[in-house]
Design a protein around this ligand. Sequence first.
Ligand code: SF4
Ligand code: SF4
Length: 150
Amino acid sequence: MPLRKQTDPIKIERILKLVFSQPRPPVARCRLLSSGFGHGYMFDTQDNLTGSKACLGCGCCMDACPVLARDPRRRSRLESRTSLALETLVGEDCDRCGNCALACPQVDTSIKHYLVQTHLAEGMAELLEKATSDEAMVLDLVLSSGLQYP
Ligand code: SF4
Ligand code: SF4
């Protein structure tokens, strides 16, 4: 639901590189770097939410996280479905896959495109560099990277 005029990732590239280089869930920081609600949001509230970058508590980031998918017991430690809950449950075990930022409705599409075109492409290149002719090793690398395949 971001604004039509969104954050230009090139203008904040240094910050985005830092965010995506750290083994910590990036979604909350990507949300705060985004444009916030556009004027046409459909929430029925008394307050005007335009521009709000708040977490909606939708849990999409948690559903998309491979760390939580691999370990359902970790997931069940908290009831809430927010970016704070994701940070608490995953912390520095983050795989740096970027899925949470891609799944969040409050993250600008411009930042998501940047993530796919830079960080994820670099991750795939790293993966291919490490790959050998041994298919089992390639599969292990893919699984441990948290990348999702159809
Ligand atoms: S593992 Fe991926 S989805 Fe989970 S917190 Fe880290 S970047 Fe987000
Ligand atoms: S996906 Fe939903 S729960 Fe996660 S940070 Fe975005 S708005 Fe909050």
